[in-house]
Design a protein around this ligand. Structure first.
Ligand SMILES: [Zn+2]
Length: 63
């Protein structure tokens, strides 16, 4: 589950099926998602971990 903020819905909890991709960025993880209302967006989430963990394979799913 991921806590996101949709411009239309406000704070929304979404499940793994709504996550399009997870990309490691300098700030943490950028998660691209589709809100239940259909709006696409992305959030930076998670705290940056040790460098060894930052190199882990990325999760990619299809909606
Ligand atoms: Zn929404």
């Amino acid at each position: 589950m991921l806590d996101i903020h949709c411009d239309d819905c406000g704070r929304v909890l979404i499940g793994p099926g709504r996550i399009l991709s997870v990309t490691a960025v300098a700030e943490g993880l950028r998660v691209a998602y589709v809100c239940p209302c259909g709006r696409h967006g992305s959030e930076i989430t998670g705290r940056r971990r040790r460098r060894a963990r930052a190199a882990r394979p990325l999760l990619t799913t299809t909606a």
